[in-house]
Design a binder for this molecule. Structure first.
Ligand code: PLP
Length: 269
């Protein structure tokens, strides 16, 4: 039997994304996160990347039909209790994923992966438009960091793309978030780690709920790749376990805080 199916009584998530040959981010981070939550992960590989912590090398995008079939077979037995989406690479893959998820009614967490921390691009220009047109509108939660929020908002015509540096300005934020919510996405978690300050504040905006939900955490002096992947996967794991969105985000943030603290602590080396 499949060992990933053998955790009796535990939910299953589906992680859709790319592989990172350095092992830091992408599906490897999703698998580690699911394991830390005692949850089995099914996988859909959208692209294979050659990467180090300093650069993105070659990227091979999987054939869209292969991507669609991975998703379809993962969902076939109805066990998948939440879906996490990361790197999608291009518009054809996004169309295939959206099509394969059409009948899926569980929660979907979308980490809008555009570039690696090294700067290398992980999504094409056409992919960015497709992401906004066909995927963002039908997911439960999208989890942009400040540069990603600025890029998405610029694409939606409401923010200058170079506003990333100033996007800790709350008015800027709110404008970008409102534009995203207008597409139909249920909630947006803006990750504040790229803003300055002693705290890294994430903010959860929910459709139809005027008051944002603030998730402050002390800024830790650690740089760790794959934290965006881990956060979105941890949220998916908590949602799969039945948490409300606010709780899922809060607890997932604590989980990632633990990863950062371990990376910052000399004892872990
Ligand atoms: N590589 C892949 C396949 C990813 O999915 C992601 C992010 O989601 C990254 C790289 C970027 O990770 P980081 O921002 O930690 O460099």
């Amino acid at each position: 039997p499949n060992p990933e199916s053998a955790r009796a009584g535990r939910p299953v998530i589906l992680a859709i994304g790319g592989t990172d040959s350095s092992g830091g981010a992408g599906l490897a981070a999703d698998i580690r996160t699911a394991r830390d939550h005692g949850i089995a992960a099914r996988l859909t590989v959208t692209a294979v990347t050659a990467q180090s912590d300093r650069a993105v090398g070659q990227v091979l995008t999987m054939p869209p039909a292969l991507v669609g079939e991975q998703v379809a077979l993962a969902l076939e037995d109805g066990q998948v209790a939440a879906v996490k989406i990361g790197m999608l690479s291009d518009a054809a893959v996004i169309a295939a994923v959206a099509e394969a998820l059409r009948g899926y009614t569980g929660p979907i967490v979308l980490d809008p992966v555009i570039a690696a921390s090294s700067g290398g691009l992980l999504l094409s220009e056409a992919g960015l438009d497709a992401l906004i047109a066909v995927l963002v509108p039908r997911v439960t939660l999208v989890t942009p960091n400040l540069p990603e929020l600025a890029i998405l908002a610029a694409r939606l015509g409401v923010m200058q793309p170079d506003a990333a540096g100033t996007a800790d300005d709350h008015t800027q934020h709110a404008t970008g978030v409102s534009a995203l919510l207008t597409t139909g996405v249920r909630a947006v978690l803006v990750k504040g780690g790229h803003a300055g300050g002693a705290e890294a504040v994430d903010t959860l905006y929910r459709s139809g709920e005027p008051n944002p939900f603030s998730l402050p955490a002390p800024r830790l002096n650690a740089s760790l790749r794959g934290t965006g992947c881990a956060l979105a996967s941890a949220i998916a794991c908590r949602l799969a376990d039945g948490d409300a969105l606010e709780d899922a985000c809060r607890i997932a943030k604590t989980y990632v805080g633990g990863l950062l603290a371990a990376a910052a602590s000399p004892a872990s080396r």
